[in-house]
Structure formats: structure tokens, C-alpha cells
Ligand binder design. Structure first.
Ligand code: FCB
Length: 452
């Protein structure tokens, strides 16, 4: 027992991993550099009305050029790991064929810089930036996209698996399928529910193939998927609202976890929506259920859901209901207890080996004082309460092994452009200058074991 420092205030084990998350399109910029091809977000963000103010990721946080500053910030923060994503179009500009050496070199340099700083690199293979030529060929609703992803995963793992050992296949595939292909809010901006469900299957198939590629290319590596599971509560006790809430929960949770853990797709979900079907071929369900090393869970909120007339805005027949709770700038309810509840629900329903909270954080107004300091008490309170909720779940036996806050930097928040800020560090959009907010120092204390 060490006596020179106070014991961890949060009750989490000493070897618990603390980290920060980011994603390539949201921070890198340099979208035309070193042979990078075009992604669906480059194209979608130029569609009039798709992104607030017509903003895009051309410059973003300029991290492609300023990554050393980001590593220095992470070192100052004292985190043990950094979750970033690899931009597929930097590795294969058209989504297939031999790799682009300059793209791989960028991530090799980043991984080495992190390792030298004592920070574990944890890479996501797909955080939504599909090479546009693959979308032109049909995108995720097409089976071939899953095979293209498996090739890409294999070549990245062969090139970088010697220095990166923690891998995430896909980030929040629900957003890719449902926001991208059913609701049209994310790239590629299509509104076709049939296509969205074909995308669900091909995303999961892509994940399973990537797990296999990982096992053969980098036997020492560990891999899992990142989901934004959710269990919304019914807005009222009315039967139609209860049905709505359980359908919403299935769409976000069982639709993904059941096949990932070998149970196939939840029949009740598919029965509720006879207009969609899964293009399953022989062997697919076994591929999808290829054992993973861990599951990543992104958690921001827990909402109330109510029944709604089926129509273009809510094709599933439900919508988020009015609630009394305080909200973040995203309009999302602040519900810290929901994080622990979500982790316990997952651990008690599916045989997960280990869990990571791979994203959690809040967008807040972040007004700087006259001294330039951002006193973001609201973000500190958000983080503190969510981490306490997670620690509670851990103390009740949930195998949660790490926590990554979203995000290190204020960045390109998809259809909201730069208007929603999640960073521990503010970024001047013109100069690129980085400035830690108060939450940065809060998180540094917490990581060091002196938090809460
Ligand atoms: C998640 C995304 C991440 C970020 C946060 C706020 O859904 O994975 O890229 O935009 O939301």
C-alpha cells in the first residue's frame, strides 16, 4: 500500500484506464493532404442545409498538422490512453486497393508520439468517414462495402498492429445506418428505411470480418465495437408509450447486441417493422458473433420516448418526449444515473467480458471570462456525476475497465458544425490555438486519483 498519495476517491481500481476520445473528420482538417481521398462527410457537408452554417471539416482543429500539440495536452492531462480514429480515405483514397503510405505514416507517427509520451493509442477503424466512391457504389446497404472494410481493416492492422494493440471496429453503427440512411441527418443523407436495415446488417458483417482480420493480422491485438446503446423510459404508463420505449430500446441495443453475442436479430423488432428485412446469407450470423475482447459504450443521455404517428419524421412510430430535466446545449437530458443503469443492464443481459465507456461528455455554452478562462462548472458537474454513476456500477460488479471522455478538443460536431463544444480544451477556429478549460484541470486531478 502506497502511503505517499491519497487512495482513489472514486473507488475504481488503480489499473482503471482514463482517456479522451476524438474522431478523424472532427479534428484533423487537411482533407486534401498527402493523397487523402474524399469521404461522404466531405460531400455531405457541402450539401446546402446539411450542416449548420455550411460548415465542414476542411480545417477542423488542424490536428493533422498540430498533432504534437494534442499529444502534449494529453500528457499534461495524465491520461493513460487516447482514442482517435483512422480516416479510411487517407489509407485507401477510393476505398479499395493498395494502401497509401503517407496516410499510414501519419497514424504511425501519431501512435509513436503517444507511446513516447506514455499514452496508449486506441484506434477506431471507422468513425463515419466512408470513402465517397464506396457510397457511389451503393454504400453500406451494399454487401460489398463490408468486404471492402475487411480489406481495409486487414491492411491497417498489418501496418500498425505492432504499435497499436487496442482497436475499435466501428463507432456507433446505429448512427451510420439510421441517421445516415433512414433519417438523412448524417452523411450520406439518404432517407430509405429499407436501405438503413440493409446497412445494419452489412455494418455488423463488416465488424465481424474486421475481428477476424485482426486475429490473423495482429494476434496480440484486442478488438471490440463501440455502440451508443440506450434504454429510454416511456414518457407515460400508457401502453402505446411503453411499446414505443421498448421499440426504441431494441433499435439502439438488442438489434446490435443480440447478433453480436450469437443470438441473431431480435424477432420482435423485425416483426414490428415488416417493411424492413435483413439480407442475411449463410454464415453471416457466425461471422457477426466472432468473439470480441470488449465492448465500448458511448453514453450521453437517457431520454423519455412516446408513441408518435408514423411519418417521415418518425418512421419508427416513436419520438423523444418532453421532459423536466436540465439539458446540455445539444438539448439532451442530463441523466447521470442512466450511465450506471445502462452498464448494469448490458452486463446482466449479454455475456460481455469487459466494458469501456468510450465516450461521455457534454456541450455547454463555455463563455470565457475577461481573462480568457473558461470556467465550465457545468461540464465539470456533468463529468463528475457520470463518473460517479459508472463507479457505482463498477462497485456492483460490472466489468468496466476504462472511461474516455468526449472530447479532448472542441471540434466539428457533425450536422451542428462548430456550434456545439464538447472539449476539455477550447480551440480557436481561426488560429488553431488550444486553451485548456477548467474541466481540463478537473479531469487531470481526477485521473491522478484526487478527483470527486
Ligand atoms: C457521438 C459521436 C461523436 C460525437 C459525440 C458528441 O455520437 O460518436 O463523434 O459527435 O456524439
Amino acid at each position: 500500500m502506497r502511503t505517499d498519495v491519497r487512495p482513489r476517491a472514486d473507488g475504481l481500481p488503480e489499473d482503471f484506464v482514463w482517456g479522451c476520445s476524438t474522431a478523424a473528420y472532427q479534428i484533423e482538417g487537411s482533407t486534401g493532404a498527402d493523397g487523402r481521398g474524399t469521404s461522404i462527410w466531405d460531400v455531405f457537408s457541402r450539401r446546402p442545409g446539411a450542416v449548420l452554417g455550411g460548415m465542414n471539416g476542411d480545417l477542423a482543429c488542424d490536428s493533422y498538422r498540430r498533432w504534437k500539440e494534442d499529444v502534449a495536452l494529453l500528457r499534461e492531462l495524465g491520461v493513460g490512453a487516447y482514442r482517435f480514429s483512422i480516416a479510411w480515405p487517407r489509407i485507401q483514397s477510393g476505398g479499395s486497393g493498395s494502401p497509401n503510405a503517407a496516410g499510414l505514416d501519419y497514424y504511425r507517427r501519431l501512435a509513436d508520439g503517444l507511446l513516447e509520451a506514455g499514452i496508449e493509442p486506441a484506434a477506431t477503424l471507422y468513425h463515419w468517414d466512408l470513402p465517397q466512391p464506396l457510397e457511389d457504389a451503393g454504400g453500406w446497404p451494399e454487401r460489398d462495402t463490408a468486404y471492402r472494410f475487411a480489406d481495409y481493416a486487414g491492411l491497417v492492422l498489418r501496418a500498425l498492429g505492432d504499435r497499436i494493440t487496442t482497436w475499435f471496429s466501428l463507432n456507433e453503427p446505429w448512427c451510420s445506418s439510421h441517421l445516415g440512411y433512414a433519417l438523412g441527418i448524417h452523411a450520406p443523407g439518404r432517407k430509405d428505411r429499407g436501405a438503413a436495415y440493409r446497412a445494419v446488417h452489412h455494418l455488423l458483417l463488416a465488424h465481424g470480418l474486421a475481428v477476424r482480420a485482426c486475429r490473423s493480422a495482429a494476434p496480440g491485438a484486442r478488438i471490440g465495437i463501440v455502440l451508443n446503446t440506450a434504454t429510454p423510459r416511456p414518457a407515460t404508463r400508457r401502453p402505446e408509450d411503453r411499446t414505443a420505449a421498448s421499440r426504441a430500446a431494441d433499435e439502439r441495443t438488442a438489434l446490435w447486441l443480440d447478433p453480436l453475442y450469437g443470438r441473431g436479430y431480435p424477432e420482435r423488432h423485425l416483426a414490428a417493422y415488416p417493411e424492413v428485412s435483413m439480407p442475411i446469407e449463410d454464415g453471416d450470423l457466425a461471422t457477426i458473433a466472432e468473439p470480441m475482447d470488449f465492448l465500448g459504450v458511448n453514453y450521453y443521455s437517457e431520454e423519455a420516448v412516446e408513441a408518435a404517428p408514423v411519418g417521415p419524421e418518425h418512421p419508427e412510430g416513436f419520438r423523444v418526449a418532453q421532459s423536466w430535466r436540465e439539458k446540455t446545449e445539444m438539448g439532451w437530458d442530463i441523466a447521470p444515473e442512466g450511465l450506471g443503469r445502462q452498464l448494469e443492464h448490458i452486463a446482466s443481459t449479454w455475456p460481455v467480458k469487459a466494458l469501456y465507456v468510450t465516450e461521455n461528455g457534454g456541450a455547454f455554452p463555455d463563455l470565457a471570462g475577461p481573462d480568457g478562462r473558461v470556467r465550465d462548472r457545468d461540464r465539470i458537474e456533468y463529468l463528475r456525476s457520470h463518473i460517479a454513476s459508472m463507479a457505482g456500477a463498477a462497485s456492483r460488479g460490472v466489468p468496466v475497465r476504462g472511461y474516455f471522455t468526449w472530447s479532448l478538443l472542441d471540434n466539428f460536431e457533425w450536422s451542428h458544425g462548430y456550434s456545439k463544444r464538447f472539449g476539455l480544451v477550447a480551440v480557436d477556429l481561426v488560429t488553431g490555438e488550444r486553451r485548456p478549460k477548467d474541466s481540463f484541470w478537473f479531469y487531470r486531478d481526477l485521473v491522478a486519483g484526487f478527483g470527486s
